[in-house]
Design a protein around this ligand. Structure first.
Ligand code: KG4
Ligand code: ZN
Length: 345
């Protein structure tokens, strides 16, 4: 770390390669995003209907350095070839695809070593939690965070940065996984979430009464029965309009997410509710969450669409905070595909 860098001015390069986005970002003082570059591999994987891990890993190798250089240039820091342009390098170390994680993690360690600055490993889920803090630094704790992505569906009480209590999670498919699988079945392509979101706008959300699983059962979720129910309905009603199926499916997912989030806000006595993760980009979920928060009298924090899906600004922000509180990570730190949030209680 350069002698002049205090917490207040520390410049951190964040790197994210846990799935199919190669991303790099420069964040100053933990909250000011000065550049954020995301190179999506959607076109590469779309023809296979989902992410192909081997292809993702190889694409990260090809894209990582150009994306890092672009993030440094956009931040006005040159290309990093003449000494350390930043005070630390943060990279996602899990959860995610092992081959993809290793590319970003190894690249980050190599850059930190070459520049002689600290390296810090970041939990991707904690990164998603920091995305909201980046855009709304004024938010108050405790917060309820609904983290809904392709791999996770978590309802969390965030008491402060670093202090997380798990209220509930999915017992089978993640919400985003359900969107992707149903979209694939309906022939809507990959990624499924945005495709269903789009076509649902023209459909009737009450055309089919799909199940609201575990509605009365605490804060856990289940989405695999819903997917099966969509498949059975199509078998029975081959003439059903895709837009009606998509709208009714989306309504069922959103109903359960919103109801449980509302219960969690009441139980925790939360001072706000945050959405996080790729599914937080869903237009229906955002609209309903805003309504529910207004009814409950708490602010709704709905991150911008770019902050919902995977990006490296959230990694740099979480990395800045971890560096401040726990210090640098050892260079021996490995990638962990199943890493979970560090929980209290
Ligand atoms: O957080 P994310 O970018 O990557 C993971 O860490 O998983 O989330 C990706 C997931 C995918 O399942 C995608 O279909 C879903 O987020 N998603 C959406 C929307 N945009 C992305 N789901 C519903 N509606 C959307 N508008
Ligand atoms: Zn993610």
């Amino acid at each position: 770390m350069s002698p002049s860098s205090t917490t207040a001015t520390r410049t951190v390069l964040g790197i994210e390669t846990s799935c199919d986005e190669t991303a790099a970002s420069v964040v100053v003082s933990g909250t000011t995003v000065v550049s954020s570059v995301v190179s999506s591999q959607i076109d590469l994987h779309a023809r296979y209907g989902g992410v192909v891990p081997e292809l993702a890993g190889r694409a990260h190798v090809a894209l990582l350095l150009p994306v890092v250089e672009e993030a440094l240039r956009e931040a006005g820091l040159g290309d990093g070839s003449h000494g350390a342009p930043v005070d630390a390098v943060a990279a996602t170390c899990g959860p995610g695809l092992i081959g993809s994680l290793l590319v970003g993690l190894s690249g980050a360690k190599a850059l930190a070593m070459a520049w002689d600055v600290p390296f810090v490993g970041v939990n991707h889920l904690e990164g998603h939690l920091f995305a909201s803090l980046l855009e709304a630094p004024e938010l108050g704790f405790p917060l309820v965070v609904l983290l809904v992505s392709g791999g996770h569906t978590l309802l969390i009480e965030m008491q402060a940065p670093g202090r997380y209590r798990l209220l509930g999670q999915t017992v089978d498919d993640a919400a985003g996984e359900a969107f992707d699988k149903v979209a694939r079945y309906l022939g809507l392509g990959y990624p499924g979430g945005p495709a269903i979101d789009r076509i649902a706008k023209t459909g009737d959300p009450h055309a089919f009464a799909f199940p609201r699983a575990m509605a009365e059962k605490g804060f856990d979720f289940s989405f695999s029965g819903l997917k099966t129910s969509v498949v059975r309905t199509v078998d029975r009603h081959p003439e059903a309009a895709t837009a009606d199926l998509a709208a009714s499916f989306q309504q069922a997912v959103v109903d359960v997410l919103v109801d449980k989030a509302r219960q969690a806000v009441r139980q925790v006595g939360a001072r706000g509710l945050c959405l996080a993760g790729g599914v937080a980009a869903n237009s229906q979920l955002r609209a309903r969450m805003a309504e529910v928060c207004a009814e409950e009298g708490v602010p709704a924090y709905l991150p911008s669409l770019a902050m919902c899906t995977d990006n490296a600004a959230m990694v740099a922000a979480a990395g800045s905070w971890r560096l401040e509180h726990d210090g640098p990570s050892p260079f021996e730190l490995g990638a962990d595909p199943n890493l979970f949030l560090p929980l209290i209680g």
